[in-house]
Design a protein around this ligand. Structure first.
Ligand SMILES: Cc1ncc(COP(=O)(O)O)c(C=O)c1O
Length: 382
């Protein structure tokens, strides 16, 4: 009998475990008759602020909107520049561009996949308005050098913490490491809604007030419009669901970390260290493994993906192309070879199945499939 496929992600198992609590929360909202913002959203904001250790949290419609609202609150607009890594999800840079500003790309650190802080200072010009480090896959960017640069040039830092809810750097939670931080509650994130949702967290109460205003058409008071804002209100159903999941999030994160450790051990036990680079965790970081991303050496990544397809092993490639080479950014004039680490990384990485409910048996199947592939490619080379 063929072994069962291992999905890349599974949201159904978690729902079954939380079903009673989720249904109670959903019923509470349905009976309240209050569906947009309101008490449920405010309670979520307070709970996330307390979890993160921030003074203010402003819920919005998505992580993408959290970035746009943050940039708009800082006054980023046409002619401005914002420094971002080229190896990240599109939204990190698209939000900059949509406000009429220029995303100025940096290459990445080959071990952590995060923005290389050594490349940031050279990119600063009189037009630079902000720096956006991305805490990719659940590990915080190396912030210490960025803090020094930000202080020297009086620049705000916006953390793109979309993949790093609950991650820590030097004992501080993501969300407290910059001027503003943006979370995504996309369903597969560490804290995931059952739809789109996001949040900005900050210790700056003036920026928080501006973001809250921008999120509702820049309106203050009602029907008096101070800014050209937009509609990015969070609905109460998502907030109520997120509040249930927030009460579990530390356990979900612990499960992710345990699963990552098991992958590490299985990869070592199968002697795959020569072919695969496991995720590198910096000593002062708590990596929350929103993704477990390996690097496949020797130009064999795509052949491994074919083997995964054949074996029914779920996977995802984050990201197949760096942002500076995206078609939409062609007018920025970048060329292949400009950011070599990111370009090589796009050809070498693959994310393995990772979610809190992934079983040890499923993990063994994933790593056995890699070992089988390694043996057959060795035989082919002999
Ligand atoms: C690094 C990063 N930034 C921003 C976003 C955008 O978040 P959302 O999908 O909630 O709009 C994502 C979502 O995947 C992300 O991974």
């Amino acid at each position: 009998m063929a072994a069962a496929p291992v999905p890349f992600f599974d949201l159904k198992t978690q729902y079954q475990g939380l079903r009673k609590q989720i249904e109670e929360a959903v019923n509470r909202v349905l009976q309240s008759g209050c569906f947009i913002l309101g008490a449920e959203v405010q309670a979520l904001e307070e709970e996330v602020a307390a979890y993160t250790g921030c003074a203010s949290a402003i819920a919005c419609a998505s992580g993408t909107d959290a970035l746009s609202l943050s940039l708009a609150a800082l006054g980023v607009g046409p002619g401005d520049e914002v420094i971002v890594p080229t190896f990240t999800f599109f939204a990190t840079a698209s939000c900059v561009r949509r406000l009429g500003a220029r995303p100025v790309f940096t290459d990445i650190d080959p071990d952590t996949f995060n923005m290389d802080p050594r490349q940031v200072e050279d990119k600063i010009t009189p037009r630079t308005k902000a720096i956006i480090p991305v805490h990719l896959f659940g590990q915080c960017c190396d912030m210490e050098p960025l803090w020094k640069i930000a202080e020297r040039y009086h620049l705000p830092i916006i953390e793109d913490a979309a993949q790093a809810f609950g991650s820590e750097y030097q004992g501080k939670r993501s969300g407290t490491l910059g001027t503003l931080a943006c979370h995504s509650f996309y369903p597969t994130k560490n804290l995931g809604a059952y739809g789109d949702a996001g949040m900005v967290v900050t210790n700056d109460r003036d920026l928080a007030a501006k973001i809250a205003c921008l999120r509702t058409h820049g309106m203050q008071p009602r029907y008096y419009h101070k800014y050209l804002g937009w509609n990015s209100r969070l609905d109460a159903l998502q907030a109520a669901i997120l509040r249930v999941k927030l009460s579990w999030v530390s356990r979900f994160i612990d499960a992710r970390i345990a699963i990552a450790r098991r992958y590490d051990i299985l990869i070592d036990e199968h002697g795959l260290g020569g072919m695969i680079q496991k995720p590198v965790v910096l000593p002062h970081c708590k990596h929350t493994f929103n993704q477990y991303v390996i690097r496949v050496n020797g130009g064999r990544r795509d052949a491994l993906l074919d083997h995964f397809r054949h074996e029914g092993i779920g996977f995802e490639v984050y990201y197949p192309i760096p942002l500076h080479l995206q078609e939409v950014f062609a007018p920025l004039g970048h060329k292949p070879g400009e950011f070599p680490v990111a370009e090589r990384t796009c050809k070498e990485v693959v994310a393995l199945p990772m979610y809190p409910e992934l079983s040890y048996e499923q993990q063994k199947r994933v790593v056995r499939a890699i070992a089988q592939f390694a043996r057959s490619s060795l035989r082919a080379a002999a």
